[in-house]
Structures are given as structure tokens and as C-alpha cells.
Design a protein around this ligand. Structure first.
Ligand SMILES: Nc1ncnc2c1ncn2[C@@H]1O[C@H](COP(=O)(O)OP(=O)(O)O)[C@@H](O)[C@H]1O
Ligand SMILES: [Mg+2]
Length: 353
């Protein structure tokens, strides 16, 4: 874990009051790259109580958390985690209270499958792609009060930012480094943001990104779900703001009887040229639905719920402590497991000097 985050972790349980809300923080869920996510109970008069996921950020990440909170507050879709509340505790830490996802991250599902060397059921991982594509399509369609598209791009679509509720619902989380247009003040234009192993070439090269970068990242996640291998295990060289990466081995060459039509969808989504990809997340969603129908594969929440139950048994709260920047999955290995968000930023900044 990042040493700088240690200050945000406190002995449990503790309580937090800010902006008229009161939270009993009961359990650590995950230590992320910018803050810590806890399971907390919001309490009110008359015995009102609601369990939430509470993301706490130290003052230096307050702006990022505020940025994320403002975006989430404008989104409302079953495949995007819901924001409930944002505020500042008396000690200066900022918090974002969110819908609590009772389940696991896609990262945890991948690790579990890789540990057992057992491919995921086709219907389950196609459904994960379907739910994520629907959540992203909603985010990409975000408009301002005048009905103008704001050009929201998540920029950090990766297995640890896609959560799966035990009932099979996919939830996109972590809009902390999302890019948007003029409506809400964007983060300053800066170096590449996101987890390098999942980033589109244009994003790594620090060129303009648009929603097609998210389509690429989701394609990389789908590749990993299909094959249990990282699509881009080789280290990326970011020199002078440019980078080169080789194409991944097509799934049909790795897995016997892998449907060619599904391979085509994955490889189209993660095409190096944005113009050759699906042009929207909704087009990817439609392609997944069409291929599932053609092959007679059932998709939706149920296949995910069944897979989760078979893997983890009854689930109460999200409890995987995984993240794509940490030590990562053991079997889905590659130098990329050690990749860090901050490293990329530092490298690009250095290259730009
Ligand atoms: N709403 C939520 N419900 C349950 N767990 C969550 C929720 N939001 C985040 N988490 C957990 O915390 C981790 C880090 O949260 P995230 O928003 O991705 O922050 P970071 O920017 O630090 O990566 C996630 O990968 C997930 O394991
Ligand atoms: Mg994250």
C-alpha cells in the first residue's frame, strides 16, 4: 500500500460527523490510490440507519474526490454506483458516501478464476461486459443543463473499478480521474491518467481522449475475462509522450473452440486505432447482445450471480482488497502487475521536460 495513505486509515470503529451527516465507520473495505474506502453506517433521528461505502480522502486529494462526487451526483443508472453525500469532516478529511456494493470486484473474480485455472463461463463474462458497457454508455451521454453533451470519459476502466453485486448487477466506480468538458471545471489538463495496463494508446501517448478510450479499456478487461491473461503484459515505454505496444494474442489461438465472432468483438473494442473501434459503448453493448443471441448464450444479471455464488458462496459486503496497481493477481501475471498510476504521470512529466 502507498505509505502516503497510511494517515487516512484509523483504528476502528470511529465516528465521523460533517455537513449535518453522521457516520459510524465500521470496517475497511479497500485502500485505493487516493483514499480509503470504508463500510459505514449513516445514522439519523428515530433510529434511521443506512449502510454506505464511505470513501475518505486526505486534504491533498480533496479536489479529486470533489470532482468524482460532482460527476456521480449527475449520473443515475443501475450500472453506475450511486452517490449519496459529500462533505468534510472536522479533521479536514473529505468523504464521499456511496451506494454500498455487496459483492466483489471484477479483479477478485479474475483472481479467483486464475487461481483455479478455470475459465469463466461465457455467459457470465459477456454479461459483465454488457453491464459495464451500459454503465459507461450512460456516463458518456451525460449532458449539461442545456442538454449539451459534456464529453465525460471515465479514463480508468479496469477490473478493480468494475464491481459486481452478489445479485449480478455490474457497477462502474471510481470517476476520480474522469475527464469532462466545460460544464464542471475539469481537472487541469495533465499527464496520462488511469491504470496503464488498461489504457488506450492515445491516452498513454497523452493525446486527446474521448469515450472510445473507455471502449478500448473495456475491451482489455473483456480480453482478460475471456482468457485469464493480461492483454498487455509487457511494460509500456512512455518516452516523449509516445508509446508502442504489441497486439495481444487472439483468444482463438489460446482457447480451443473460442467463438470467432466474440474474438472479433473483443479485438474491435481494443483496436489501437480509435476509428476502427466500436464508436460508442452502446455499440459494444449491442454487439454483445447480438452475439449472445446468435450463439444462444443467456446474458444478464443471473449468469453473473450464479458465477459469484459458485465462487464465493453467500456474500455480505465487498471484501476483496484487490486493486490493479498493487501486487495484482498471481496467475494473471506480467510485469504489469506492479504498474502504478503515479509512475505513468511522473514518466510523462519527465519526458515532457
Ligand atoms: N460503492 C462501493 N461499494 C463497495 N466497495 C467499494 C465501493 N467503491 C469502492 N469500493 C472498493 O474500494 C476500492 C477503491 O475504490 P475506488 O473508488 O476505485 O478508489 P481508488 O481511486 O482509490 O481506486 C474499489 O476497487 C472497491 O474494492
Ligand atoms: Mg479504483
Amino acid at each position: 500500500m502507498d505509505d502516503r495513505l497510511l494517515g487516512t486509515q484509523r483504528p476502528l470503529p470511529f465516528s465521523l460527523t460533517g455537513g449535518g451527516s453522521h457516520y459510524e465507520v465500521v470496517r475497511l473495505l479497500a485502500a485505493g490510490s487516493m483514499g480509503t474506502v470504508y463500510l459505514a453506517r449513516r445514522t439519523g433521528i428515530g433510529g434511521f440507519a443506512r449502510d454506505v461505502a464511505l470513501k475518505l480522502a486526505p486534504p491533498r486529494y480533496a479536489r479529486t474526490l470533489f470532482h468524482e462526487a460532482r460527476i456521480l451526483a449527475r449520473l443515475g443508472h443501475r450500472n453506475v454506483v450511486q452517490a449519496y453525500d459529500f462533505g468534510r469532516a472536522p479533521d479536514g478529511q473529505h468523504y464521499l458516501a456511496m451506494e454500498l456494493v455487496h459483492g466483489r470486484s471484477v479483479r477478485a473474480v479474475l483472481e479467483h478464476a486464475a487461481d483455479r485455472q478455470s475459465l469463466l463461463p461465457l455467459g457470465a463474462w459477456l454479461s459483465i461486459g454488457l453491464g459495464a458497457a451500459m454503465g459507461l454508455a450512460h456516463a458518456h451521454d451525460l449532458c449539461d443543463d442545456d442538454g449539451e453533451l459534456v464529453g465525460l470519459v471515465h479514463r480508468d476502466v479496469s477490473p478493480s473499478n468494475l464491481l459486481l453485486d452478489h445479485d449480478g448487477a455490474v457497477k462502474v466506480v471510481d470517476f476520480g480521474v474522469a475527464k469532462l468538458g466545460a460544464l464542471l471545471s475539469p481537472l487541469p489538463p495533465g499527464p496520462a491518467r488511469g491504470c496503464a495496463g488498461y489504457m488506450a494508446p492515445e491516452s498513454l501517448a497523452h493525446r486527446d481522449v474521448d469515450l472510445r478510450s473507455d471502449v478500448f479499456s473495456l475491451g482489455v478487461v473483456l480480453y482478460e475475462l475471456a482468457t485469464l491473461r493480461r492483454a498487455f503484459p509487457a511494460p509500456v515505454r512512455v518516452a516523449g509522450g509516445a508509446q508502442l505496444r504489441s497486439l495481444p494474442i487472439p483468444p482463438t489461438r489460446l482457447i480451443a473452440r473460442f467463438p470467432a465472432r466474440i474474438e472479433e468483438i473483443i479485438m474491435t473494442a481494443m483496436h489501437p486505432d480509435p476509428r476502427a473501434r466500436f464508436q460508442t459503448a452502446d455499440a459494444l453493448r449491442a454487439a454483445i447482445e447480438d452475439v449472445a443471441e446468435l450463439l444462444g448464450v443467456a446474458i444478464g444479471d443471473a449468469p453473473i450471480a450464479r458465477t459469484m455464488a459458485a465462487m464465493f458462496g453467500p456474500i455480505r459486503v465487498l471484501d476483496d482488497g484487490c486493486d490493479d496497481s498493487g501486487d495484482g493477481p498471481r496467475r494473471i501475471s506480467g510485469p504489469f502487475d506492479a504498474v502504478e498510476y503515479i509512475t505513468i504521470e511522473a514518466e510523462v512529466e519527465e519526458a515532457a521536460r
